[in-house]
Design a binder for this molecule. Structure first.
Ligand SMILES: *Cc1c(COP(=O)(O)O)cnc(C)c1O
Length: 385
């Protein structure tokens, strides 16, 4: 117990202690924490659907129709008509033969990788992949090889070395802390050449990129057929909760038989699935949300460049400002907070050493004036020498 206290104290001393903020309002652009009303640039609710009245109404109606809890796992008795309809609609949306719901994106990634790769296989991971993809590879007991961010040459070399067993390349489609997009066509070429699976995690692209928000793969015209496996999350741009894996008929049947994080857990509440069905319709139908979002992103990038801020090459709603050391990132976040702006500091180990940053995210519900307020405050950051 004393050891835990020491470890916590050491974390605090390094500026790495994490604390939760207690939200008193619904998720949105204006939020309340304690007595403070803040303009928030930190949720992944990119389209502003988390508190959309039509999605809320679908959730309420779903609870009245199906009850609250699913009551069991999908394979036991928890797979309702609402889940089934949502799976069919998701598959159609992303252009895949089939889709399978998981309770979270974290669990979906664990389930897929462990179902496909065993200790004879090799999982190849971009160094900036989300923690759930990294943990998935570890859980599978396959050999894990990490390649430098988006470095296709290194990936190709590692694939050549992996001669035995299943090969699986795993990559964020949009990188969660940098907002840049993976080189998807090139990854697909390498996967084809080395007969490897390609698992793409589109947590941040689905709903935001591609025609009708069909995601990063759709933007590149990459079909969700073997060797491609798509993982999409439903708690970000879709504004609700949950995740799915899309791919071939044989892949989905394999996951139903073997993915432990699918089999041994309670199904999502069916009312969540009903809320998602309405949210999915809004995502496809309301292009204006994406247009607004992309206009806000462009406005921010122009302003940030004029200020000489160190922005990343990202055209997605994730717009980090890299500050380097932990103290600088924390001080910047505090300074913004004093001005009524909520922008979190992201520190190692979530990001590599010396790349502590402000992670700014935009929502279609922001106004151009909100972006300007943010830029005015960022202008006050100390200049780099
Ligand atoms: C958020 C996220 C996940 C996890 O999804 P949850 O549904 O929140 O568990 C997985 N991958 C990436 C890249 C993410 O950003």
């Amino acid at each position: 117990m004393e050891d835990l206290d020491n470890r916590l104290a050491a974390r605090r001393a390094q500026g790495l202690y994490r604390e939760r903020q207690i939200l008193r309002s619904p998720q949105g652009v204006q939020v309340q924490i304690g007595d403070d009303r803040l303009l928030a640039f930190c949720s992944n609710d990119y389209l502003g659907l988390a508190s959309d009245p039509r999605v809320i109404e679908a959730f309420r109606a779903g609870a009245r129709t199906h009850g609250v809890g699913a009551g069991a796992s999908h394979l036991l008795s928890g797979h309702s008509i609402a889940h089934h309809a949502l799976e069919e609609e998701l598959a159609e949306f992303v252009g895949a033969p089939r889709a399978l719901l998981f309770s979270t994106g974290y669990m979906a990634n664990l389930g897929v990788v462990a179902a496909l790769a065993d200790r004879h296989g090799t999982v190849l991971e971009d160094k900036l992949n989300h923690a759930s993809l990294i943990d998935a590879a570890r859980l599978s007991r396959a050999t894990v090889r990490r390649y430098p961010h988006a470095n296709l040459h290194r990936l190709s070399g590692l694939l050549s070395e992996a001669k035995r067993g299943t090969r699986l390349i795993a990559s964020d489609a949009v990188f969660s802390m940098d907002g840049d997009v993976a080189p998807i066509p090139e990854l697909l070429t390498l996967a084809g050449r080395h007969r490897a699976w390609l698992l793409l995690d589109d947590a941040h692209g689905l709903g935001v990129l591609g025609p009708q928000g069909r995601g990063t793969l759709a933007r590149y015209g990459v079909a969700v057929v073997e060797p491609v496996i798509l993982m999409g999350t439903l708690g970000k741009a879709l504004g609700v909760f949950g995740a799915f894996v899309a791919g071939s008929e044989a892949l989905i049947e394999t996951l139903i038989q073997q993915a432990r994080t699918y089999i041994y857990t309670t199904a999502l509440p069916p009312a969540v699935a009903e809320a998602l069905r309405v949210s999915l319709q809004l995502v496809r139908a309301e292009d204006e949300r994406r247009e607004r979002l992309h206009a806000l992103i462009a406005r921010f990038r122009t302003g940030a460049r004029e200020l000489g801020l160190r922005v990343v090459d990202s055209t997605t709603p994730i717009q980090p400002v890299i500050l380097g050391d932990v103290e600088a990132a924390l001080a910047a976040s505090r300074m913004l907070r004093e001005r009524g702006l909520w922008v979190p500091a992201i520190r190692p180990p979530t990001v590599p050493e010396n790349t502590a940053r402000l992670r700014i995210t935009f929502s279609a519900r922001h106004e151009p004036a909100h972006v300007d307020r943010l830029l005015e405050a960022l202008a006050l950051l100390p200049r780099r020498p």
